[in-house]
Design a protein around this ligand. Structure first.
Ligand code: HEM
Length: 404
């Protein structure tokens, strides 16, 4: 066995892929006793779990009150907030038939046509952020200056949030993510959750009175089956949690892979349309969502191991995406891979990421803008990484804009 002591070990955070390879080979269904989760690592088994929502439930799959990866105690008042929050159905953590109904109601906001209409604005924001980096010159940070503000700005605009609130928006969202995924303060997380829920509740009420042509108005519209106000509030929170950090991480991880392979970056500079292939390969190679949690509804035997009813199951999408049984040369980052889009970075089955078109478009726009305007971009020091075993990406990514 490698020196890893589990998914949260510093070695696994720095580079989980050798550990995943060991798991696939020696313990494809592994009980991680520290986190008390059953870890599933082979492509075939990951697919089987994620597609079997009857035996592997998403209900309570989001670890809010008993997070296996956050040892910080919840504040005493958290129970009150949680009871309120958990009484509301949330798309990500429901099973059919609730999930089917919720998904139908929100899907209209994420159709290919609606998302395509945002492409010019997404490109404009990406170009502006990159232009600002270029004008400032000197050292820059790709996360701070591009990867983070791009999705936050776009989701805020999609929701019709006025520009002067974007900063608060970002702060609350960061507090939430920090507590949920990176072992940050759980009191901070709960405060962020409360602040943003209150803000969305007021926004929802306002849009009911004065609808605009934003996402929240669309979802509050008195159509055939409108969402309730609390359902809409938690859906908005979900969009922040599920969409912002992941897209930021996709851009930073894609650029990290390209910095390590200057010849591939040179190809994208020569032909920016290759950014699309780079984004897909980055999703497979080093995706933002490394693991998904499920709850076994019954005893399940998998790879000769019995997963007991009630157990938490962690499916490693990041491992499935590197499984040599599924991919040729899985540990190579290739722009010409014929079937990159078959990766599991956005999940599969009924919970397949509703924001995938948006995320793909944002990441592509970011890479293309960089390739066009900052072809000599290179790393200017070691990046720092998020310390979560389930969410992978960089916190800081210092760069220089011209050749050293
Ligand atoms: C679901 C990944 C961006 C909204 C998911 C799932 C994954 C995922 C793996 C499935 C979860 C499960 O099966 O339990 C990603 C990645 C992204 C990204 C890697 C960026 C690169 C976004 C964006 C949005 C979004 C931009 C919205 C603006 C959602 C929602 C769900 C979801 C609402 C729940 C869908 C459901 O339960 O039916 N995402 N996501 N995601 N994602 Fe994303």
């Amino acid at each position: 066995a490698p020196a890893y002591t589990g998914l949260s070990s510093p070695e696994a955070i720095a580079d989980p892929y050798p550990y995943y390879a060991w798991l696939r080979e020696h313990a494809p269904v592994h009980h991680d006793t520290a986190a008390d989760v059953w870890v599933v690592s082979r492509h075939e088994d990951v697919m089987a779990v994620v597609r079997d929502h009857a035996r592997f439930s998403s209900h309570q799959g989001l670890p809010v009150d008993n997070d296996p990866f956050n040892p910080n105690p919840a504040p005493p008042w958290a129970a009150v907030v949680l009871r309120r929050v958990q009484s509301v159905r949330v798309l990500l953590t429901t099973d059919p038939p609730d999930h089917t109904m919720l998904r139908r109601r929100v899907a209209k906001a994420f159709t290919p046509r609606r998302i395509a209409a945002w492409e010019p604005r997404i490109r404009q924001v990406a170009d502006e952020l990159v232009a600002r980096m270029a004008e400032r010159g000197g050292p820059a940070d790709l996360v701070r200056d591009l990867a983070s503000p791009l999705p936050t700005t776009i989701i805020a605009e999609l929701m019709g949030i006025p520009a002067e609130r974007h900063r608060d928006f970002k702060r609350w969202s960061d507090q939430l993510i920090d507590g949920l995924f990176t072992g940050g303060s759980r009191a901070g997380m709960m405060r962020g959750l409360a602040a943003i829920s209150w803000f969305f509740l007021r926004t929802v009420r306002r849009r009911r009175r004065e609808p605009g042509d934003d996402l929240i108005s669309l979802l509050t519209a008195e159509g055939d089956e409108p969402l309730t106000a609390p359902e809409l509030v938690t859906f908005c929170v979900l969009l922040l949690v599920a969409g912002n950090e992941t897209t930021t991480n996709l851009v930073s991880s894609a650029m990290a892979a390209l910095f390590a392979r200057p010849e591939q970056w040179a190809r994208i500079v020569a032909d920016p349309s290759l950014a699309e292939a780079a984004v897909e390969e980055a999703l497979r190679f080093d995706g933002p969502a490394q693991g998904l949690l499920r709850i076994a509804t019954t005893d399940v035997v998998m790879a000769g191991v019995t997963i007991p009813a009630g157990a938490r199951v962690l499916v490693l999408l990041g491992s499935a995406n590197r499984d040599p049984a599924r991919w040729e040369s899985p540990d190579e980052f290739l722009l010409d891979r014929p079937n990159t889009r078959d990766h599991l970075a956005f999940g599969t089955g009924i919970h397949y990421c509703i924001g995938h078109l948006l995320a793909r478009m944002e990441a592509r726009a970011a890479l293309e803008a960089l390739a066009r305007r900052l072809p000599d971009l290179s790393p200017a020091g070691p990046p720092t990484r998020m310390t979560s075993p389930v969410l992978r990406g960089l916190r800081t990514q210092p760069v220089r804009l011209s050749p050293p």
